[in-house]
Design a protein around this ligand. Structure first.
Ligand SMILES: NC(=O)C1=CN([C@@H]2O[C@H](COP(=O)(O)OP(=O)(O)OC[C@H]3O[C@@H](n4cnc5c(N)ncnc54)[C@H](OP(=O)(O)O)[C@@H]3O)[C@@H](O)[C@H]2O)C=CC1
Ligand SMILES: O=C1CO[C@H](CO)[C@@H](O)[C@@H]1O
Length: 356
């Protein structure tokens, strides 16, 4: 366990970069132009490619799919002019690609990111970066050895409202953080072949949705000293409705919930000794928050409109241009600690993936 039960603002601030402490969001278009290769032409890949196209100086130069027709269709709709490859191997071998964005199901992130790293490419890997902390170590070790950049696509961290919120907490706006309450519940019709329910695709609410409230709590409080998990499993054996209490020796707590069988949305409250921050809904997407202080004063912040994946794309571009292998704002240590919490929660529920 960690000694980062960082409830006081000064300790939290010491873990942030100067850019984080400023609370400002760097100009998206000022980030260097990256040539992206999209690996897996699915839903989130489309949203990412739209963000790169519309809001950054970079561009998607190639798309890789298991079907060349699908890659061509994706390119036409989301990345005009991009080369369409009918295999992931061909995509990672493309000389016009600097960074591969891995957007396949969680079960395949390790295999596909290793494929890209072996081809000498930098990687941005969708969340969760792998199925487990053991797999994450394999991936990060490979990136370290190859000297390439690797980041888990925790896009939320780079959104304007999150930047402002982190800076506000570091300034002590709500005093010491005592409690984080956050949930992410989305009803998915039960389908044993869907990636939310299929064990072979590393299904379950925890890894797909629960990672957001866990990442928020971890960012503010660090890795917990205790974890209590209660939940139910779908017929396929993966979790579908989970409550968690993260306990910290300093007295702080996080009360988190995630579900693929309930329509709760994604709200969050951060409660401190001198006030609270309320994020009304969709805390993981561009949104607003309100600071309500104990002295009765309050203020609010609203993110500018627009596709949110561009912020993480710009962070990758800045880091790659600077020759970094990891983002100081989304370091590998955060990824490993969050994966560790997910591992523990899964173990408490008895969820095991094929081959583990
Ligand atoms: N940051 C965010 O907001 C979001 C992140 N995600 C993350 O992105 C990843 C992908 O999710 P999403 O885009 O919704 O998923 P989709 O099912 O829409 O797309 C995944 C793509 O992966 C490829 N693929 C490769 N192997 C398989 C396989 N065995 N089964 C299914 N697809 C396969 C397919 O591309 P092809 O056929 O072209 O080869 C498919 O289109 C997940 O890890 C998820 O956690 C998801 C949604 C939002
Ligand atoms: O990251 C995600 C954001 O929300 C989706 C649901 O609405 C998830 O399925 C997805 O993986």
């Amino acid at each position: 366990m960690t000694d980062t039960a960082a409830v006081d603002p000064a300790t939290y601030a010491s873990r942030l970069t100067a850019a984080d402490l400023s609370g400002e969001v760097p100009d998206l278009m000022a980030a260097p132009p990256v040539r992206w290769g999209v690996l897996g032409a699915g839903n989130i890949a489309a949203s990412f490619a739209d963000g790169v196209r519309d809001r950054t100086a970079g561009r998607v130069t190639a798309v890789g799919s298991r079907s060349v027709a699908k890659a061509e269709e994706f390119a036409a709709a989301h990345a005009p002019g991009a080369r369409a490859h009918g295999s992931y191997e061909a995509l990672v071998a493309d000389d016009d690609v600097d960074v591969v964005y891995v957007a396949t199901p969680h079960s395949h992130h390790l295999e596909h990111a290793l494929l890209a790293i072996a081809a000498g490419k930098h990687v941005l890997v969708e969340k969760p970066i792998t199925r487990s902390v053991a797999e994450s170590r394999l991936l990060l070790d490979a990136a370290r050895e190859a000297g390439v950049f690797c980041m888990e696509a925790v896009w939320t961290r780079f959104l304007p409202h999150v930047a402002a919120l982190r800076a506000a907490i570091a300034r002590g706006e709500i005093g010491e953080v005592r409690t984080v309450v956050a949930d992410f519940d989305v009803f998915f019709p039960y389908d044993p072949t869907h990636r939310l329910f299929a064990p072979e695709l590393a299904g379950g609410a925890l890894l797909d949705l629960g990672i957001y409230p866990i990442t928020l709590a971890h960012d503010l409080l660090g890795a917990p000293d205790t974890l209590v998990t209660h939940g139910t499993l779908a017929a396929t054996g993966v979790d579908d409705h989970v409550g968690m209490i993260l306990g910290y020796d300093g007295g702080a707590q996080a009360l988190l919930h995630t579900s693929s069988t309930a329509s709760g949305g994604a709200g969050a409250r951060i409660i401190g000794t001198r006030g609270r921050i309320e994020i009304p809904s969709g805390f993981f997407t561009p949104t607003s928050f309100e600071v309500v202080r104990a002295d009765g004063t309050s203020w609010s912040f609203t993110s500018p409109e627009g596709e949110g994946k561009a912020y993480e794309a710009a962070e990758v571009a800045r880091c790659v241009a600077a020759g970094l292998t990891e983002s100081p704002r989304m370091p590998w240590s955060d990824t490993l600690e969050v994966m560790g919490i997910l591992d523990q929660a899964r173990a408490q529920l008895g969820v095991v993936y094929p081959g583990e």
